[in-house]
Design a protein around this ligand. Structure first.
Ligand code: ADP
Ligand code: ZN
Length: 601
């Protein structure tokens, strides 16, 4: 059971106990004597009763003071059906029917006061709960908590350096604001949007900003919390989530760490029953709702490649928005956003900070500003100076270096040449995919930089020369390193693997080798392009000798392309150097910019 819930039960017990205690205490103070009715009648007859208050079930009253003492004893008795009561009281001069003062106060004290105490404790507890939750309303009780936030103050102005992602999400805001108008105008309604990017780049922030911009409620839940639950609970939670969201539409449902929940089924050492059930439920819910009611599903992941393909199918998370680490301009913008709440001294220059923080995510930059403010406070300064900023950057880098993400200067230079090499080869070969951008901002755990190539059209067929061109582009990085530094580094391993895979497929599957002839040595569905992680290579049914020939042919194809690339880059060494220096300086350049350098000579 949830810890907080069991806590709250204890609070209730405590309150009830307090009420009982206070009630008893007041009674004890008053020393009310319980009398049999007959005894009461005797006392009245003996003229010892001063006053009586009559209620429907009891008679309470005061006795006349005994001896000289001023103390009036209180008593109560059960009211018995007695038609003579009024007359008897009257005869013996007992005041009655009037509410006795002390009884009134006793009632007040014994019931209202404990009630107040009870309410007080309750209020205190509610407040505490609210604070612990950061003001969220919590729905449900299982570990996977659904949070609902109503008035989100975050807007797009709070998210910086991810302009492309913001642009793509504007449409979603438009839809949430006026679903009817949007559909009438024929806009294609988004249903599931997957935000993809490294941790701390502002995916959650972006999702909340969409809710803030559209002024709609924001439901959030984290995929990783499902993992520890009992079978069936996760699925129920998902059903719950969608039900609640439908009631509050238009709204946003945000699932953080989707990969924890949406790993490809049957992947990993042990199939996780609970996760699969939850995932299935999610798929069912996604298919079952009509986006026109105004519910938008958003999710974040930094490992899209391990997601179950079913999640990415049309009608589910079919829109992918890349939220990448920011470039220098982006970093400056993010620093400015976070510096709004900090007093900066006039000697500070955020541009300098932006320049010295390549590879930092938005969260890292927020951390820099935060650390600098803490340092300033510790030094008793009124404003954050450049010394504090400098030191804060160093502190954050020290933290990051443990995670092996920040490149040193030499590594950066190498990566710049490597990526420029890929891009130059791609630009120099006619008919290869256009180069969109070249970046040396580290991404993910293994990619130190990347060249983003986008096909100009959807392709279903590839010719032999196109496959060869692909291999050439892949070899471009390694060859550029060799050309400039005289030796290669470990950074090209992934490229080599991919190049070899393509060459192998050419020989084995597509019959593109003259030597082995036009036969396929692979069965269907064995293509090396679509390799599932951890799936063993199935052995084809061919002889050892053929296997050796395949190896030879693969080597020949790679060698041929390597020579070609070497020649190509050798002729364009000036462009390579110029391009790499520009890339080093700016961290991200577009394909068009590199093309200009190449054409300009
Ligand atoms: P993610 O969900 O991608 O892991 P978060 O959205 O949780 O990252 O980001 C954590 C914090 O880092 C945010 O609350 C914000 O303070 C800061 N941050 C991250 N990215 C940005 C950004 N692009 N602009 C402004 N602040 C950012
Ligand atoms: Zn490469």
């Amino acid at each position: 059971m949830n810890k907080k819930i069991s806590f709250s039960i204890w609070y209730v017990f405590l309150a009830i106990w307090a009420v009982i205690l206070v009630h008893d205490f007041i009674h004890a103070l008053q020393k009310i004597e319980e009398l049999p009715y007959s005894e009461f009648k005797n006392l009245v007859a003996a003229e010892k009763v001063a006053e009586v208050s009559v209620s429907t079930q009891t008679l309470t009253g005061k006795l006349k003071p005994e001896n000289e003492s001023k103390e009036q004893k209180l008593f109560s008795t059960i009211r018995v059906e007695d038609p003579d009561l009024v007359r008897t009281l009257h005869e013996h001069g007992v005041k009655f029917t009037g509410v006795i003062e002390s009884t009134f106060w006793r009632d007040v004290l014994s019931w209202v006061l404990p009630a107040l105490v009870f309410v007080g404790i309750w209020y205190f507890f509610i407040q505490r709960l609210g604070q612990a939750q950061g003001g969220f309303m919590r729905v449900g009780q299982s570990k996977a908590k659904i949070y609902m936030e109503k008035d989100i103050k975050v807007t797009f102005a709070d998210v910086a350096g991810v302009d492309e992602a913001k642009e793509e999400l504007r449409e979603v805001v438009e839809f949430l604001k006026t679903p009817d108008k949007f559909t009438k105008l024929g806009g294609k309604i988004p249903k599931g949007i997957l935000l993809v990017g490294p941790p701390g780049t502002g995916k959650t922030l972006l999702a909340r900003a969409v809710a803030g911009e559209a002024a709609v409620p924001f439901f959030s839940i984290s995929g990783s919390e499902f993992v520890e639950m009992f079978v069936g609970v996760g699925a129920a939670r998902v059903r719950d989530l969608f039900e609640q969201a439908k009631l509050k539409a238009p709204c946003i449902i945000f699932i953080d760490e989707l990969d924890a929940l949406g790993k490809a089924r049957g992947m990993g050492s042990m199939a996780h029953e609970e996760r699969e059930q939850t995932l299935n439920q999610l798929l069912v819910e996604m298919d079952g709702f009509d986006p026109r009611i105004g519910v938008i599903l958003m999710a974040a992941t930094n490992r899209p490649e391990i997601l179950d393909p079913a999640l990415l199918r049309a009608g589910r998370f079919d829109r992918h928005v890349l939220v990448d680490r920011p470039d220098k301009t982006g970093r400056l913008a993010i620093l400015k956003v976070h510096a709004r709440s900090v007093a900066l001294a006039s000697d500070t220059d955020l541009e300098v900070v932006a320049a010295m923080t390549p590879g930092f995510s938005g969260a890292d930059l927020a951390n820099v500003i935060n650390e600098s403010a803490l340092l300033a406070v510790r030094r008793g300064k009124e404003q954050v100076g450049s010394a504090e900023l400098q030191e804060a950057v160093e502190r954050v880098i020290a933290g990051l270096e443990k995670r092996n993400r920040v490149l040193n200067k030499m590594e950066k230079e190498r990566v710049a040449y490597h990526e420029t090499g890929h891009a130059l080869v791609a630009l120099s070969i006619p008919g290869s995919d256009t180069v969109q951008k070249i970046s040396i901002i580290p991404r993910g755990i293994s990619a130190l930089g990347y060249t983003l190539q986008l096909p100009t059209e959807d392709r279903f067929l590839m010719t032999k020369s196109e496959l060869e061109n692909k291999i050439a582009v892949l070899l471009g990085g390694r060859t550029a390193e060799e050309l400039i530094f005289g030796e290669v580094s470990t950074g090209a391993q992934n490229d080599l693997m991919k190049a070899t895979d393509i060459a192998k497929s050419m020989v084995r599957a597509y019959g593109m080798s003259d030597k082995l002839g036009t036969i396929t040595l692979e069965r269907e569905g064995q293509s090396q392009f679509i390799q599932m992680q951890g799936m063993p290579h199935e052995k084809g049914d061919y002889s050892e000798e053929t296997a050796r020939e395949i190896d030879c042919e693969v080597r020949r194809i790679i060698d041929e392309q390597y020579e070609r690339v070497k020649r190509l880059l050798g002729e364009r060494q000036q462009a390579l150097i110029k391009g790499a220096s520009l890339l080093l300086e700016r961290e991200v350049i577009t394909g068009a910019e590199l093309k200009a350098i190449l054409d300009g000579g």
